[in-house]
Write a protein that binds this ligand. Sequence first.
Ligand code: SF4
Length: 348
Amino acid sequence: MRTFVRGLAARFIPARGRQLLGTAIESARSRAYSLPVVGARFAAASFDRLQRAPRQLNIEVTSICNARCIMCPREKMTRPMEPMSRALYEKIIGEAAGLGIKRFALNGYGEIFSAKKDYRYFITHLLARIPDARVIINTNASLMTEEAAAFLIDAGVDTVHVDIDGATAETYEKIRVNLHYDLVVRNVRRLLELRKARGGGFPKVRVGIIRQPANEHEVGQFVAQWEGVADYVCRDFLVNRAGSVGLPTERNVRNACALPWFELNLYADGSAVLCCDDWNVEEPLGNARTQTIAEIWRGPRFREFRALQALGRAGEIGLCSKCNWARPGAGWFRKHVRRYAEARGTQG
Ligand code: SF4
């Protein structure tokens, strides 16, 4: 067969062409042998790109909250409970604009509508500075008045996410202490009605139920209530907040966690943490008051933690060793993690 192909090539391809073809085949062969190394180098370069800037900023515009949810550790927080100062917020948004960040979740362990005077400012300033920003609001919706709902629609907020952890007032109010089921449901429905009346499709409304022993029996009922009403209906996994939640939690398969590669969390006092589960700044990674967000994100501690995650050594990070939910990330991310680990392996 090979002789036949060579015969055909000799007859129909001029000598110079045959030479070039032979060189190309040899070169392809040698590259094929070194593909794992090339792939690993590519993965390392891709990870370097991810380490230049976060894809999403989670900014805790206030650490004050009006609820006392049973699965939230915030009551034990020793950091200040206060809104973020405007000066700090403007510094962060200015730097984010320079880095090309487009996705923002304006929350942490506080309720954005607790910042009664400032919530409009936080959203308006962000969208004035970065008009194509995607703004996500996580709220318990108890303080989301008609005026606030209209503002979210008119301002151009992308998504409003409300966890309603039950299908009845009895169950909901056992979990979401201090809040009222009927009021929350009414507020979410009113947002949807106002949006419809204005003829727009945004914000998208996502409602979720965080599955836990107190509401497990109402998950089906919850989904039936909201399907076809909200845009997204989610059954969420109970996160143990790096070992701080005293409720029974399942443990997921130990993956490299994607969060430290994609999201930067900044709390109201400027502290930066590894992920949203570090509610009391157990692993401080910097402070946006005194550092730029690029310095924090590219800093040696962040890089070290990412490397440990990618190399399957997350157990060496105090926070991650107690966590029940390492976020796996997308398929391409997992593939890159494997290649990154190979690259590190080839470097010894
Ligand atoms: S493994 Fe858990 S604690 Fe560690 S970064 Fe991921 S979510 Fe956070």
